[in-house]
Design a binder for this molecule. Structure first.
Ligand SMILES: Cc1c(C(=O)c2nccn2C)oc2cccc(OCCCNCc3cccnc3)c12
Length: 402
């Protein structure tokens, strides 16, 4: 396991941008300039990832981009765009953010590549590989040589593969828009009843995460994710950004992109936390519904299985399962109260312990994780190797990507 390419230095890397088609030009998108952020929002809102039947498209908000792209250590040169020379229209985008990864016992300074998007009408021009090479050049100039990215498409050798799962919250709307269908042996009323949740949460000591919780929650989180083989290591500043929306209160804290909660026991100790982010889908050409509210399970941690020397023994696992059933069900309740219509999760982390009992259904999508310029043995993403749809196994994948 380790880097694939022979070690290079930033001075070995060209200072010049890669050749670009004559009618287009490179641009570094200034995401602190509201107009340029709007360009990114419009480009992705009209041209980014859709579901297989092109009924839904991601609807990343500008607040989401501020949260996702302006994390501690963000580099303004890493928001790379391509504009039409004559009109200035943004027709392609790709981004990188700095992350510290741990792959088994190796700590890797890396970036996460996200939001690669080429305008629908320019798909045949082979722009994506040029965007990837250009952002690689810009990242290499800062002496970083590894990258993590995800994709639905099957590219050579993912380091891990997870399945999409969905927990319906507003079953009627999901049925109306064609995301779910009425099973032949059920009535509408039965399906609504199956997914109905109370308005109030059940976990004693559950409350919104605050500044004062950061250090203790980060300690809990670091201990909890020790067992995973691929994780992101967070500094305190990074933890603050990703779970409380960062220092500047104008960003995601107010517009509700990230929702983070802690569970405090009677002695004031934080025993668990969970978080989810809001990323709606635009519903393409539906007469009544224009948006699908979606909550995505983000990071969580619990100390339920800490006191067991052997973390995987039967008793420890069932104690952790009971705890996660309780707190993630509350996450679904809170997502439902925040007007989300479906709660999405992958088969990563310890999700396999609660997906079935909390009524998450397997989706038809897979998410592949790729590590650029780093050879590592595959990491279990929670899928059973026999390709069956039955209960997934606990994964060794701790990282979650937006
Ligand atoms: C996308 C997505 C979907 C859907 O497609 C979906 N949900 C409701 C309706 N639909 C059609 O369902 C999920 C469940 C877990 C995690 C997910 O995504 C995890 C984050 C993915 N990052 C963005 C991305 C998507 C595809 C390829 N690369 C990056 C998803």
């Amino acid at each position: 396991e380790g880097p694939i390419d022979k070690p290079k230095k930033p001075e070995d890397i060209s200072d010049k941008t890669l050749p670009m088609l004559a009618e287009f030009e490179w641009t570094t998108v200034d995401i602190e300039d509201n107009e340029q952020l709007e360009d990114v929002f419009v480009l992705l809102n009209e041209n980014y990832v859709e579901d297989r039947d092109s009924e839904f498209r991601f609807n990343y908000t500008k607040e989401f981009f501020k949260w996702a792209l302006k994390c501690p250590g963000w580099n303004k040169d890493w928001n790379v765009g391509v504009r039409v020379k004559n009109t200035g229209k943004l027709i392609a985008f790709i981004s990188a953010i700095p992350v510290t990864l741990r792959v088994r016992s190796n700590i890797i300074k890396s970036v996460e590549i996200n939001f690669l998007c080429v305008h629908k009408q320019l798909r045949a021009k082979r722009l994506a590989p040029v965007l990837i090479k250009e952002i690689t050049r810009r990242v290499n100039k800062t002496d970083i040589w590894q990258a993590l990215y995800t994709g639905g498409a099957i590219l050579p050798s993912p380091i891990a593969t997870c399945r999409y799962t969905h927990r319906p919250l507003n079953w009627n709307k999901l049925c109306d828009v064609g995301f779910t269908a009425l099973p032949s042996n059920s009535t509408n009323a039965e399906m609504v009843a199956k997914y109905t949740l109370p308005k109030v949460t059940a976990t004693p000591g559950l409350r919104v995460m605050e500044e004062k919780d950061i250090e203790e929650t980060l300690r809990l989180f670091n201990r909890y994710q020790e067992r995973f083989e691929l994780v992101q290591n967070f500094t305190k500043e990074e933890f603050h950004h990703w779970f409380l929306g960062g220092l500047d209160s104008t960003s995601s804290k107010d517009s509700n992109v990230i929702y983070s909660y802690v569970i405090e026991d009677k002695d004031g100790k934080i025993t668990d936390f969970f978080s989810f982010y809001s990323l709606p889908f635009s519903i393409l050409n539906h007469s009544v519904h224009k948006d699908l509210g979606i909550g995505y399970l983000f990071y969580y941690a619990s100390d339920a299985d800490f006191n067991y020397a052997e973390r995987y023994n039967e008793e420890a696992t069932s104690k952790l399962k009971k705890r996660l059933d309780l707190i993630i069900r509350d996450a679904c309740i809170l997502a439902n109260n925040s007007k989300m219509d479906v709660f999405n999760a992958l088969t990563s982390q310890d999700n396999a312990l609660f997906l079935d009992d909390l009524k998450f259904g397997s989706g038809d999508g897979f998410l592949n994780f790729y590590l650029f310029n780093y050879k590592a043995f595959p990491i279990h993403g929670g899928l059973l190797s026999n390709k069956s749809n039955d209960v997934e196994k606990r994964s060794n994948l701790g990282i979650v990507m937006l």
